[in-house]
Design a protein around this ligand. Structure first.
Ligand SMILES: *[C@@H]1O[C@H](CO)[C@@H](O)[C@H](O)[C@H]1NC(C)=O
Ligand SMILES: *[C@@H]1O[C@H](CO)[C@@H](O)[C@H](O)[C@H]1NC(C)=O
Ligand SMILES: *[C@@H]1O[C@H](CO)[C@@H](O)[C@H](O)[C@H]1NC(C)=O
Ligand SMILES: *[C@@H]1O[C@H](CO)[C@@H](O)[C@H](O)[C@H]1NC(C)=O
Ligand SMILES: *[C@@H]1O[C@H](CO)[C@@H](O)[C@H](O)[C@H]1NC(C)=O
Ligand SMILES: *[C@@H]1O[C@H](CO)[C@@H](O)[C@H](O)[C@H]1NC(C)=O
Ligand SMILES: *[C@@H]1O[C@H](CO)[C@@H](O)[C@H](O)[C@H]1NC(C)=O
Length: 785
């Protein structure tokens, strides 16, 4: 019966999709022309090889086909068939991505497995593969992935091995529109040289590898550079491999286009060029700040734009979609609508001059970030390009959607994106309810121009559960029951049905993953990760006790499953979350003791905090996903000389700490990794406690600015210059350390700590205002209780 009902639903679903997609092709003729150039056999072979990498011993139990005709609309469609008695599962997709998503669908829902983006997947298939007969079509034409910052925060040191695994993950999760930004500096260099710039001038422009995204966006120049020639050449070769593989799966890689940012030296060659200096970004000093922006109405704009695109398309080929962000975190130099129309038109023309089928992909962050963008101004820019030729990434739809304010981008197609992470920081966090509901609601809005879904994290490798939940949206019309869904997730993740796992994940779902505050920015700024001060406040939007209980449940699973790398990862991650909370409590106690001039109490809590950081460092050291040593090893491995390796290590260490020569964006991309906690966070707190003790002894008030100078010199800057080597493989003492750390710190969640943390929970901003009626209702309720 259930199966029958399921079939009915599928039938209704496919009718709905056929109608919807018929409209799609008529409505977006240019978008519906976007097709992979790889032949079906090439795509099928790519999926076959993916299977070989994932399941070398069982790949013969699957038969892979790619047949574009099984989908009329061009939306990704797959069919899975295994009848009783069949020896193989036949997987047919209309593209390589579709067939791969079919495989993943089979792994997830029929075999209860999980392929995640860390190296440890759970792929214990049943010995006899389950029978199956389904056909599924994606509701969305496009599934987009990446933020222009992800190549900086997460992929910067990756070689082909990591890329290959990650592209497999994209295919399995239905991604068909990935950004492909690697290696573009080699192309830019050719453009600059052909215009007549010399090497000195180019070197002053390109930043080091870890900062390239912000160099490309015109935010800054030269910092962490000069960019070695070997890096440009090796990333160019890497990009060719990446593009080949993406295309073999039938994906449409998105390439960059010229947004107007040029080296300062351009004025030596073109003294009359109409350029404006970019405004100073995050206080970067002159040496590193303010590249020029060439005005789009200057004919030189077309020249440079065309040169770049030609050179790039020659080298990389093209799939006709280009990303270009002129005003990312930068206000336009004029607020006249006429100017904005010119900018849009010029940007688009520079693309179509080289590629008549070009489609412009714009990150919609500007509309959200900058109050400059009133409805009228946004409309001027968005409608300067023919309908259907500009596609907008609605960048953080789960919390700050702009498509309703901007009337579905005035008719331009948009993609609903989850922007779940900033700076690649760690921390359990997610807006699960919103992600669960928002996508289907947006599809159903009257006159919605939504054409896809996407994930746009600045950095990856945290909160895998959220990405898993988000990407499933392309297969389902409405929200799921999250309570049931999270149980399925836990089962797939660990490969077993376990009461403790259900309890743990249910607690996490209803706490850290129930974020729903649109005015509060979660940017990884946990107390222990920040530069010490008397003023820090914890950022908590959930019941802390729930995360402690999740920790208890995971701990109970450990004795039987000590060797599950996924469980180890999750235990370490939840331990990290809890110790971070406790650290915030000790900080509050230190501040209190200092204000009351109680030296005993100050020292007592100071020791606790430092011990906690020591233990946090050792528990992180037990899992390969939390190691500074790996980040530095990978960075150094790009060097072809000692000097190059040194430069890369500087880049790697600076990005996750000072972020800039003197802490311009201090700790924005901080990492709760072993090595960082022990040798960066901890010495800062040590110095802070010493300073407070000194201040009590000398009866002189604590001087924050003197402390800042001191901590910069003796800890932060020193850390960036230091060359201590850290382990790049886990310590191997997981069970002993995990047990020890849990047993030491779990009892420390006493009523004092829990009371403090519970009181710190942020209230919904709607209620923060005294005039709001709900404030008075809450007040009365709290008195009555
Ligand atoms: C590049 O040009 C600048 C300005 O003319 C000059 O100062 C510099 O020495 C030149 N560098 C090289 C490597 O030619
Ligand atoms: C430069 O561009 C700005 C903005 O479009 C325009 O107002 C100005 O007239 C231009 N200047 C020249 C010299 O063309
Ligand atoms: C988020 O909070 C708002 C205001 O309290 C509420 O109206 C809304 O239903 C919540 N959304 C979700 C998905 O929980
Ligand atoms: C949808 O589009 C139609 C036709 O352009 C228009 O009449 C209608 O007002 C629109 N509805 C909304 C809610 O914008
Ligand atoms: C979701 O599932 C849980 C567990 O099966 C059930 O108790 C709950 O009532 C369901 N919620 C809704 C809204 O259906
Ligand atoms: C100082 O703190 C200690 C330990 O927390 C406590 O026992 C003592 O009473 C405090 N002293 C004063 C004067 O408050
Ligand atoms: C605090 O330190 C700064 C920098 O060292 C110094 O300029 C300032 O005078 C100090 N303030 C006080 C009140 O001592």
């Amino acid at each position: 019966m259930r199966f029958l009902k399921f079939r009915w639903k599928l039938l209704i679903l496919s009718i709905y999709i056929t109608i919807a997609s018929g409209n799609f092709n008529e409505r977006w003729p240019h978008l519906s022309n976007i097709r992979s150039s790889a032949a079906p056999v090439v795509q099928a072979a790519a999926v076959q090889e993916l299977l070989g990498r994932l399941l070398p011993t069982r790949q013969h139990e699957f038969e892979i086909h790619v047949d574009p005709l099984i989908s009329e609309s061009g939306h990704e469609t797959f069919r899975l068939l295994k009848r009783p008695g069949d020896r193989q599962v036949v997987v047919t997709g209309n593209s390589g991505v579709a067939a791969s998503s079919g495989l993943n669908y089979y792994f997830k829902y029929l075999c209860r497995c999980q392929v995640n983006w860390e190296a440890h997947s759970q792929l214990n298939l049943p010995s006899t593969l389950p029978i199956v007969n389904v056909q599924v079509t994606s509701l969305d034409r496009f599934k987009y992935y990446q933020n222009v910052c992800t190549p900086g925060y997460s992929f910067v040191w990756w070689k082909w091995e990591q890329w290959e695994r990650h592209i497999d993950w994209m295919a399995l999760n239905g991604i068909n529109l990935p950004l492909a930004f690697v290696g573009q500096e080699a192309i830019w260099e050719r453009v600059w040289i052909s215009l007549g710039l010399n090497q000195t001038e180019i070197d002053q422009f390109f930043s080091g590898p870890a900062f390239l995204p912000w160099n490309r966006m015109g935010n800054m120049r030269g910092f962490g550079g000069p960019l070695p020639r070997s890096y440009r050449e090796n990333t160019l070769a890497l990009q060719l491999q990446i593009l080949d593989r993406m295309r073999a799966f039938g994906m449409t890689p998105v390439l960059p286009a010229f947004a107007g940012f040029v080296p300062k030296a351009i004025t030596r060659l073109f003294p009359s060029a109409n350029v404006t200096s970019m405004s100073r970004w995050n206080n970067f000093q002159d040496e590193f700040c303010c590249p020029l922006m060439l005005q789009p109405n200057d004919p030189l704009f077309q020249t440079v734009g065309e040169k770049f695109l030609k050179e790039m398309v020659n080298e990389f080929g093209t799939d006709h979609i280009y990303n270009c962000d002129t005003f990312n975190e930068m206000s336009p130099s004029s607020d006249e609508e006429k100017y904005l129309i010119e900018v849009g038109y010029a940007t688009f023309s520079a693309m179509t001059a080289v590629d008549p089928d070009a489609i412009w992909l714009l990150q919609g962050w500007l509309f959200l970030h900058d109050s400059f963008w009133t409805k009228e101004r946004a409309k001027a820019l968005l409608t300067s390009v023919p309908q259907g030729r500009l596609m907008v990434l609605d960048l953080q739809s789960e919390l700050n959607e702009q498509y309703s304010r901007l009337d579905s981008y005035f008719g331009q197609p948009f993609i609903w994106c989850m922007l779940h992470n900033f700076g690649g920081t760690l921390g359990l966090y997610g807006a699960a309810q919103r992600v669960n509901q928002g996508v289907s609601e947006a599809r159903l809005l009257p006159n919605s121009t939504m054409v896809g879904i996407g994930i746009t994290p600045e950095g990856i490798n945290q909160n895998y559960v959220m990405y898993d939940l988000m990407l499933e949206n392309s297969w389902r019309r409405g929200p799921v029951n999250l309570t049931q869904w999270i149980q399925g997730y836990a089962e797939r993740r660990y490969g077993t049905k376990q009461e403790h796992a259900f309890i743990a994940w249910n607690f996490l779902l209803n706490s850290v993953y129930s974020f729903n505050l649109t005015n509060v920015k979660v940017r990884g700024k946990y107390v222990i990760c920040r530069r010490p001060s008397l003023k820090l406040k914890p950022l908590i939007w959930y019941q802390p006790l729930s995360v402690v209980k999740a920790w208890d449940s995971l701990f109970k699973m450990l004795p039987k499953m000590k060797y599950s790398l996924t469980l180890q990862h999750d235990f370490v991650d939840v331990t990290r979350q809890n110790l971070q909370l406790l650290g915030a409590f000790y900080h509050s106690q230190i501040v209190r003791a200092y204000r009351r001039k109680n030296l005993t109490k100050l020292l007592e809590n100071g020791h606790l905090l430092l011990d906690l950081l020591t233990d946090l460092d050792s528990v992180l050291e037990c899992n390969e996903d939390f190691l500074l040593g790996k980040w530095i090893r990978d960075a150094r491995s790009w060097g072809e000389s000692k000097a190059e390796s040194e430069l890369y290590e500087f880049n790697a260490r600076n990005q996750i700490t000072l972020w800039g020569p003197t802490g311009e964006i201090l700790d924005y991309a901080n990492k709760q990794w072993s090595g960082v906690v022990g040798n960066y966070f901890k010495p800062r707190w040590q110095l802070f406690i010493q300073s407070l003790v000194g201040s009590l002894a000398s009866h002189q008030g604590f001087n924050q600015s003197a402390f800042n100078k001191n901590v910069f010199q003796s800890v932060e800057h020193a850390f960036v210059l230091d060359r201590t080597q850290y382990p790049s493989t886990p310590s191997g003492k997981f069970w002993r350390v995990a047990k020890d750390v849990y047993e030491t710190w779990r009892p420390r969640f006493n009523s004092n700590a829990l009371n403090f943390l519970t009181k710190a929970i942020i209230k919904h901003p709607n209620c923060a205002c005294f005039t709001a009626p709900c404030f008075w209702v809450q007040l009365v309720l709290s008195i009555l209780q």
